[in-house]
Design a protein around this ligand. Structure first.
Ligand code: DAH
Length: 326
């Protein structure tokens, strides 16, 4: 009887070896290890064994059951890990790396600065965390001016603020550089505006400043027109409408005529004027000797009109599907 068990075990192992796929393996399990399987029915023959041989028979049966279960588990694990056929297809092309690109606002800024560089304007920068002197006081914005209201600015707990305009860089440059000075300054500015299609609490401006002897509105208009022609095309036009800014006198709003979807249209882009004598005085320059012009343009305005972007929020959601169009 015990010898018969050895034969049975060999037969079971040979069968297992021959099981070619997952279905055959499962069939083997049911046939040999199942609740109505062959091991179970062999167990049932215990009663035919001589009582003295029964312990040995039981031990032999248990050993066989363990062995077959282990052999089955091993085959099954190997089958799960290795699908039929080669594990990888070495001829399949790789997944290409996504190529990045500059954000449309960064690119627009670079293009604007490049045009002004060709007119002799150097690029300058200033901090985004500013003090009220550079953001307001030196720019001839008095303490009582509504533009300084807490509700319209990001004041910081420890003092200072997030700059609300790049005009701060006019002061920063004039404090450290003796004229003549001809700079453009691009960067982020911050205002607590409620977000909608045309407002965002962070946006970008390009500031221009030329301080020299005898600078006039003609120089201002020439510089803006030079930019418009280089950036929007020879048919572009510049229009100035009288306005008020504390840091310029006289002051004007700047419109530029640009082609939008094939149609030439006037678009309001920012403000400009001749540097107010109080600003020159604030940085220690004699307004009788020195004069200048300044302008500030909205970068998002330029980019949104140029590329037909209807909502400023789309620029800053970091949705690559949107951004990679430009
Ligand atoms: N700083 C102004 C603003 O944020 C824009 C501006 C207007 C800048 C006139 C200038 C200027 O330099 O001369 O609304």
């Amino acid at each position: 009887m015990l010898a018969e068990l050895d034969t049975t075990e060999s037969a079971a192992l040979a069968d297992l070896e021959a099981a070619g796929d997952a279905a055959a393996l499962e069939a083997w399990r049911i046939e040999w290890l199942g609740s109505k399987g062959r091991l179970k029915s062999l167990m049932g023959r215990m009663k035919d064994v001589d009582p003295g041989d029964r312990p040995a028979f039981g031990q032999r049966m248990n050993a066989m059951k363990k062995l077959l279960e282990a052999a089955f588990a091993e085959r099954k694990a190997a089958g799960d890990a290795a699908p039929s056929g080669p594990a990888i297809d070495v001829t399949e092309p790789g997944i290409p790396m996504g190529l990045g690109q500059r954000h449309i606002i960064s690119r627009t800024i670079a293009e604007i600065l490049e045009v002004f560089a060709r007119m002799g304007f150097e690029s300058a920068t200033g901090p985004e965390v500013e003090d009220e002197w550079h953001n307001f006081t030196a720019l001839n914005v008095p303490e009582s001016h509504p533009a300084r209201e807490p509700i319209d600015n990001f004041y910081l707990d420890g003092g200072g603020m997030l700059r609300s305009q790049t005009s701060t860089v006019q002061i920063r440059v004039l404090e450290t550089t003796p004229p003549p000075v001809r700079i453009v300054a691009a960067g982020r500015v911050y205002r607590p505006d409620t977000h909608d299609a045309t407002h965002f609490s962070m946006f970008h401006q390009v500031e221009g400043l030329w301080v020299d002897r005898g600078v006039t509105m003609v120089d201002l208009k020439s510089a803006l027109l030079g930019f418009a022609h280089a950036y929007f095309g020879e048919e572009a036009e510049v229009r100035m409408r009288p306005s008020f800014f504390p840091f310029t006198e006289p002051s004007a709003e700047v419109d530029m005529k640009m082609r939008i979807k094939g149609q030439w249209q006037w678009v309001e882009l920012g403000g400009c004027g001749l540097v107010d004598p109080n600003v020159l005085t604030a940085v220690g320059l004699d307004p009788e000797e020195w004069s200048g012009f300044a302008f500030g343009l909205g970068v998002e305005r330029i980019a949104m009109r140029k590329y037909g972007i209807a909502d400023i929020r789309w620029l800053f959601e970091n949705d690559a599907r949107f951004l990679r169009q430009f």
